[in-house]
Design a protein around this ligand. Structure first.
Ligand code: TRP
Length: 448
């Protein structure tokens, strides 16, 4: 190993970084969108249950594995194994996770690039540069490449700084800004006419939907994506944690922040759709479901901003600023997965490795941009629909079966002396061995 391993300087630093990873487009865009297209509040309810009952235990598996081995994901998984065959398997799972993390980053960069372009648009509007504004908000190969590239550059610049000076510092700056922007936007939107109707849809569950298998599958996928699970991001962040901190507590805080912000973002997006409808936007698709996906963000919401007169560009600026910040604290956590491995295996300096790896991943983004119709959905499905659940099962197996009770206990005792007396320890070790893999498998099966 060439350089000493980085470490988060404090609990707060870790919470900012891990919550920053978790809170992303998945929360502010994905969650409200899924809610809108899965029967409103019924989805919210199922999601809340699954986030704590399934995603939190899986998050704990990653944090415990990572802090135990204190290495990149591939070497971590190999290190907990005793037998040669299990070691080989661990390495294979680590590599699979590393590739999936890189692919998620490659499509995430495309979407985050759109957010960045839309962030500059209201500035152009304020400066009276109508033509440029038009270009920024119209789809084109050049725009997507330039702004995707810009976003990839920002991600690399932060990761080149390392754990404390890069990840921790920027997450700690950006997360509070994100929360302030979110709150300001909610207050503003809820004061507009039409917002109440959205609130109702969002908060009153149609209980007949709660047992709909498709809804449960979607909620699980959403929870896994939102907590950045399966690919080793949380494992890597866990590996930078001090042995003085209680893992179950930190994991619970991160889960709560993630779920809380997803829920809060719904208070913004769904009412905003109905305010937009009040101003003439179409918010229902032909089949009668609420519009979701890019149409929601790039067509419905702009109607809303345009209706706001002089305040419009400022609100748009705040909204796309929020989106960009959320994306950036997540994208850095994905890039850290391959970079950590390279840094621990190569003599080259971290910045060089970061720009090489980040460059390769952006090249994949560029291929996706150039073949958007064929590739985007394919990459999203391969990574989030298929790979994340499979990897999630593997990591639970590694924590529950390979690391096993006594080593888990030793690791969890660090920073949490009386862990044996807690409800967590009474439930989790069995849970992560049997229930988590079975539940993930079951709903994965459903989705096929
Ligand atoms: N959780 C982030 C979001 O909600 C995205 C993310 C970051 C992610 N790291 C990840 C998703 C690793 C899957 C795997 O937007």
């Amino acid at each position: 190993m060439s350089t000493p391993r980085g470490q988060f300087s404090s609990k707060t630093g870790f919470i900012m970084a891990a919550a920053g990873s978790a809170v992303g487009l998945g929360n502010i865009w994905g969650f409200p969108t899924q809610t809108a297209s899965n029967g409103g509040a019924a989805f919210v309810l199922v999601y809340l249950i699954l986030a704590f009952a399934l995603a939190y235990p899986a998050l704990m598996a990653e944090l415990t594995l990572g802090r135990h081995s204190r290495a990149n994901t591939i070497d971590s998984l190999a290190a907990v194994a005793h037998r040669a065959s299990t070691k080989f398997f661990g390495r294979a799972v680590g590599w699979y996770g590393l590739i999936v993390a890189s692919l998620i980053l490659s499509f995430y960069t495309v979407v985050a690039g759109w957010m960045l372009a839309y962030l500059f648009a209201p500035i152009c509007q304020m400066l009276g540069m109508a033509e440029l504004q038009q270009w920024l908000t119209s789809q084109s190969l050049a725009r997507d490449l330039i702004f995707g590239g810009l976003f990839a550059g920002l991600t690399m610049a932060i990761i080149a700084g390392g754990v404390e000076a890069g990840i921790e510092r920027w997450s700690s700056r950006l997360m509070p800004a994100l929360i302030i922007l979110l709150m300001l936007l909610i207050i503003y939107v809820l004061m507009q006419e039409g917002a109440n109707e959205g609130l109702k849809l969002y908060l009153l569950p149609d209980l007949s939907q709660v047992t709909n298998p498709q809804l449960i599958v979607n909620a699980m996928g959403q929870a896994f994506f939102s907590l950045s699970l399966g690919v080793g991001t949380m494992m890597i962040y866990g590996s930078y944690l001090s042995k003085d901190d209680s893992l179950p507590r930190l994991g619970a805080i991160v889960t709560t922040v993630d779920v809380g912000i997803a829920f809060t973002a719904g208070l913004l997006i769904i009412p905003a759709m109905f305010v937009a409808q009040h101003h003439g936007a179409t918010i229902y698709a032909e089949g009668g479901s609420l519009l979701a996906g890019p149409d929601l963000i790039f067509q419905v919401l702009p109607v809303l901003f345009d209706s706001m007169g002089a305040a419009g560009p400022f609100v748009a600026l705040a909204f796309f600023g929020l989106m960009t910040i959320a994306s950036l604290t997540s994208s850095i956590s994905m890039l850290e997965v391959p970079v950590a491995r390279a840094v621990e295996r190569s003599e080259l300096p971290r910045p060089t490795l970061t720009f090489i790896i980040g460059g390769i991943i952006f090249a994949i983004s560029a291929v996706i941009i150039a073949n958007f119709g064929q590739l985007f959905g394919l990459v999203v499905d391969f990574t989030t629909k298929y790979s994340q659940p499979i990897l999630g099962i593997m990591l639970c197996i590694f924590a529950g079966w390979v690391m096993h009770r006594d080593r888990l206990l030793r690791e969890l005792k660090e920073g949490h002396e009386d862990i044996e007396q807690t409800l967590f320890w009474k439930i989790w070790p069995i849970y992560v061995r049997f229930f988590c893999p079975a539940l993930i498998l079951l709903s994965f099966w459903q989705s096929l």
